[in-house]
Design a protein around this ligand. Structure first.
Ligand code: CA
Length: 239
């Protein structure tokens, strides 16, 4: 099962929020809706989305204020923000981007354009989620089709193990601490213990079979995926 990117929609007009949510859901995203700034903050405190669609004109605290606040908070500052607004002029666009928005869409917008912008910010911020094949030795991972293979044999991985492997392969040969892995793979480690990483690394090694030895435990430091520990390819005579 592919992990669906979470999108937080902060929009006080239910009809617009609903339209956006339906389209996102239809295209493989997991939308949540917050009708005002307080609800949006509560959502963010609970779980970090992969991207935020933020309406400029909200009752109470404006979208601009929220964007500034989330950008200055270490926990939320890396979450991409796309501002939605009826104000299309240059000055407001600049204000939105100054506040830390990654992109900006003027209402009315086509849902096609919205989806393209959402995918674009996800690609820029998290290349791991955007697809593409990465191969290290005989181990290969295709993010677009969600397939992992070793020596051309397909392997079966759970969603967390897949994400973990994807991150380790995209950042191979480097040592990652448990806390770094929680940040990068789980996205948010407020409610997750570091021991959880060990559990998933163990499962990942099991799922990888012979290729499991490519994931090294670096004592006192964390984990590393390395091509140097790759098992030898099976002899041609076996084919
Ligand atoms: Ca509004």
């Amino acid at each position: 099962m592919r992990q669906q990117p979470g999108v937080l929609i902060v929009e006080d007009e239910p009809a617009i929020a609903e339209l956006i949510a339906v389209n996102l859901r239809h295209h493989g995203f997991r939308p949540t809706w917050a009708i005002d700034s307080a609800t949006a903050q509560a959502e963010l405190d609970a779980v970090l989305p992969d991207v935020i669609l933020l309406d400029w004109m909200l009752p109470g605290e404006s979208g601009l204020m929220l964007a500034k606040r989330w950008r200055s908070n270490p926990r939320t500052k890396a979450v991409p923000i796309i501002m939605l607004t009826a104000r299309g002029d240059e000055l407001d666009r600049v204000a939105g981007l100054d506040a830390g928005a990654d992109d900006y869409i003027a209402k009315p917008f086509s849902t096609k354009e919205l989806l393209a912008r959402v995918r674009a910010v996800l690609r820029r911020r998290a290349p791991e989620q955007a697809g593409g094949v990465v191969s290290i030795g005989a181990l290969s991972l295709d993010a677009a089709t969600y397939r992992v293979s070793f020596n051309a044999q397909r392997l079966k991985l759970g969603p967390t193990e897949f994400k973990l492997l994807q991150y380790l392969m995209n950042h191979a040969e480097r040592v990652h601490s448990r806390s770094q892995l929680l940040d990068q793979v789980w996205g948010d480690h407020v409610f997750i213990e570091e021991r959880t990483v060990d559990v998933h690394v163990k499962r990942l090694r099991e799922a990888l079979g012979a290729a499991g030895q490519m994931i090294e435990t670096v004592r006192g430091a964390g984990y590393r995926l390395t091509a140097q520990a790759a098992p030898a390819s099976p002899a041609q005579a076996n084919d």
